[in-house]
Design a protein around this ligand. Structure first.
Ligand code: FES
Ligand code: FES
Length: 152
């Protein structure tokens, strides 16, 4: 069936089984591969995207749930990859292997939209659903504070 949604600001129609995970639709049908597949069970956060401004796990959300909604992926944060969170990430060399980082950044952006000057506790709570096998958590926390300063 045709599923109409707005993806990174653009109205699109995807021909998909309504039960297809949104992650599959984003990667395989829309061709946006910045969002990653980690666990497929809503446990790691690698697949995080925003739907109507909220963080969702696209690996377990059926694409039909995105009908009529605004979905934003890492590619849609800015045209040039220069969102203050992305700038801070690069400045502090947050990424190691990088696999989890798209999901981390999507969670961080949502946090800063909700809490512009988060405490360490706010950051730990908001980011607790994002697993990093490389253990970049300390740099993630620093980069979120850096981006918060930049945004203030
Ligand atoms: S791939 Fe979706 S939470 Fe791990
Ligand atoms: S940077 Fe490697 S899993 Fe997070």
């Amino acid at each position: 069936m045709a599923i109409e949604l707005t993806l990174n600001g653009e109205a699109i129609s995807l021909e998909a089984d309504p039960d297809m995970p949104l992650l599959w639709a984003i990667r395989d049908l829309a061709g946006l591969t910045g969002t990653k597949y980690g666990c497929g069970k809503a446990l790691c956060g690698a697949c995080n995207v925003h739907m109507d401004g909220q963080v969702v796990r696209s690996c377990v959300l059926p694409v039909s749930a995105a009908a009529g909604r605004q979905v934003t992926t890492i590619e849609g944060l800015t045209e040039d990859g220069d969102h203050p969170v992305q700038v801070a990430w690069r400045k502090l060399n947050v990424a190691q292997c990088g696999y989890c980082q798209s999901g981390q950044i999507m969670s961080a952006v949502a946090l800063l939209e909700r809490v512009p000057q988060p405490s360490d506790a706010d950051i730990d709570a908001a980011m607790s659903g994002n697993i990093c096998r490389c253990g970049t958590y300390t740099r993630i926390r620093k980069a979120i504070h850096e981006a918060a300063e930049d945004l203030s």
